[in-house]
Design a binder for this molecule. Structure first.
Ligand code: ADP
Ligand code: MG
Length: 580
């Protein structure tokens, strides 16, 4: 946790900057180290190679006396995380305003990773129990051409940056109640999520929640004039306690098999997406602050073209044409149905508690085979056991719930415990009506599960081999190439990992942290004896013990907490993955 390294006086930094003024860019290396200013310590960790490269990594530390964050804001980890996210948002916004071009390339740029709608533990701003604040960001050290602009740099580091820190990292920089709201909202969300399993629920959507977003690329809430607030059906309404907000009412989605039905454009996918994101907390004003989902709920979708490595998809897909066994199935280019089957088995492998699926992103032949198709194409000619014939066993045998958006196939009414209908963005409970319909209109469909699920999954212990990660690392290089593009792609040595279909990855900083975690897994964890779930367990345990700074350079500001499921998602999509 934050504690600034021993530092030298700021006057010394000023002298050095005067001395290196006009010299070549490399001379900036002289300002590496820690510098003490009045109330804060400035640390230059890494100096960029030239003014066009990624800006230099810088930190500031504020003493508890300077930050003056009241103790009650920091009395629990979720409170502290809520406050840290608020400070980071403030710092990032002010940094963007304070940035201005001071010369060539990125000279004068100041940039912190701004948190999105989700409140994640990140390395951008961290606060200790006793209220010391550390902020990590990047500064483009100014130059004209490759000549150092020492005066400009002194102004930037000794005036602009301290002012920025002063105006965004102290309690007094915020309106009364602002930080408290962030602390309490975040603590309440954790508390609500903790209530779920005791109440027999997979998810909870509070009355009044705003689920729709502005657009596919804008995750902020739809404006209040356009959005219809969520209102629970009476049959599903539950009341859960929160430490700060008192009792909260809303829709509880029970464990078991739940369908979300309704006509097109009535809000089904919007509800499911809110549930996907309910594994994370949300910032005040997001609309989903009190939408919480079991922390191990995993979104499953079809992803044709993805790589699959030695996955036992036999519970869903039996022997393929040509007699190809599917108990250890590999392909560089999965179909819709095989990719969806693999995603489920991979999810179960690392402890998924619930599966979330939307027909919009599912393979039809994976979800259902109706009566007529069963007659036309006999069982022997169809390797797929459709999900409808496994969904009940998933819950009965493994305790894994499913929440499915199904607008098109009434056959699913036979297997549902709960049916929620969306109409004009309003949820109603149509479970008993669905039972009547199922009785009155039998489908004539024959169940197709050939073997019990547990038996079909047995012996599926996959052990990733060390070469999986080594072969991707470019040999002979000092440090392998590691890059992320947005949330959705990782360059891992010679390999590109496409994470576009890993829907519960919500920030670039998570993706960055996962890319580093893969590197760590290759160095410290994957040993050819640990299974996939043991590998993931161990990486998560290291992060628990050592914190996010176990990743990257040790003081990066662009790392965020991720779940085991998204880490496994990345490892499973690595095309060089080989298992024994
Ligand atoms: P479906 O999956 O049922 O076809 P969607 O969830 O995709 O429907 O929603 C269709 C449109 O309605 C989307 O543009 C979405 O933003 C909007 N929408 C969804 N829920 C609400 C709501 N509660 N209030 C206002 N608009 C909504
Ligand atoms: Mg939809």
């Amino acid at each position: 946790m934050p504690t600034p390294p021993p530092h030298q006086p700021a006057s010394r930094l000023r002298q050095i900057l005067e001395k290196v003024d006009g010299r070549g860019y490399k001379a900036y290396n002289d300002i590496r180290g820690a510098w003490g200013l009045d109330h804060l310590t400035l640390v230059v960790d890494h100096v960029q190679g030239d003014p066009f490269a990624a800006p230099s990594r810088v930190r500031v530390f504020l003493t508890p006396e300077a930050a003056r964050l009241p103790a009650h804001l920091l009395q629990s980890p979720p409170r502290t995380r809520g406050v840290a996210a608020r400070l980071a948002r403030a710092f990032a916004a002010r940094a963007a305003q304070a940035s201005r071009s001071m010369g060539s390339g990125r000279s004068g740029e100041i940039r912190m990773e701004a948190p999105g709608q989700e409140v994640l533990e990140t390395t951008a701003v961290r606060i200790t129990k006793d209220g010391e604040v550390e902020a990590r960001f990047r500064v483009g050290l100014p130059a004209r051409g490759r000549r150092i602009l020492g005066k400009g740099c002194a102004e930037l580091l000794l005036a602009t940056v301290p002012e920025l820190a002063w105006n965004s990292l102290r309690a007094e920089a915020f309106d009364a109640g602002d930080l408290l709201l962030h602390a309490e909202t975040n603590e309440d969300a954790d508390a609500l999520r903790d209530e779920l399993s005791g109440a027999g629920l997979v998810a909870f959507v509070a009355d009044g929640a705003i689920l729709p977003r502005r657009s596919g690329v804008d995750d902020r809430p739809l404006s209040s004039s356009q959005a219809v607030p969520f209102h629970s059906p009476d049959e599903l309404r539950v009341t859960l306690p929160t430490p700060n907000g008192g009792p909260v009412t809303g829709m509880g989605i029970p464990e078991g098999v739940t369908l979300i039905v309704g006509g097109g454009f009535h809000g089904k996918s919007t509800l499911l997406r809110a549930l996907e994101r309910g594994v994370y907390n949300h910032r005040p004003g997001d609309g989903r602050e009190r939408v919480v989902t079991n922390p191990d709920a995993v979104k499953i979708r079809a992803e044709d073209g993805r790589n699959v490595s030695s996955v036992n998809i036999s519970p869903f897909i039996g022997t393929l044409p040509g007699g190809r066994d599917t108990r250890s199935f590999s392909t560089p280019e999965a179909s819709g149905s095989t990719s969806q089957a693999a995603a489920i088995v991979e999810g179960l492998e690392v402890g998924a508690s619930a599966l979330l699926m939307d027909e919009d992103t599912s393979a039809t032949n994976f979800m259902i085979r109706d009566r007529r198709m069963q007659v036309l194409v006999p069982r022997e000619g169809e390797p797929i056991t459709p999900f409808i014939d496994r969904v009940r066993d998933l819950h009965a045998e493994l305790g894994v719930s499913s929440i499915l958006v199904i607008g098109g196939s009434g056959d699913y009414l036979d297997v549902a415990d709960t049916v929620i209908a969306m109409r004009d963005y309003q949820a109603t409970d149509v479970t008993s009506r669905a039972r009547e319909v199922a009785r009155a209109h039998p489908t004539g469909r024959l169940p197709e599960s050939p073997r019990p699920l547990r038996e079909a999954l047995a012996g599926a212990r996959r052990v990733p081999l060390p070469e999986s990660l080594e072969s991707a690392a470019s040999r002979g290089k000092r440090r392998m190439r590691l890059k992320v593009r947005g949330e959705d792609a990782i360059t891992f040595g010679s390999e590109e990992i496409d994470l576009g279909a890993v829907d519960q990855l919500v920030s670039r900083c998570q993706t960055r942290a996962i890319s580093e975690a893969l590197l760590l897994a290759g160095r410290r964890v994957v040993d050819g004896t640990r299974s996939m779930s043991e590998v993931v367990d161990e990486v998560m345990a290291i992060l628990e013990r050592e914190g996010l700074d176990a990743l990257g350079h040790g003081h990066d500001g662009d790392l965020a907490r991720f779940r085991r499921h998204e880490l496994a998602g990345a490892l499973n999509r690595l095309r060089t993955l080989r298992s024994g």
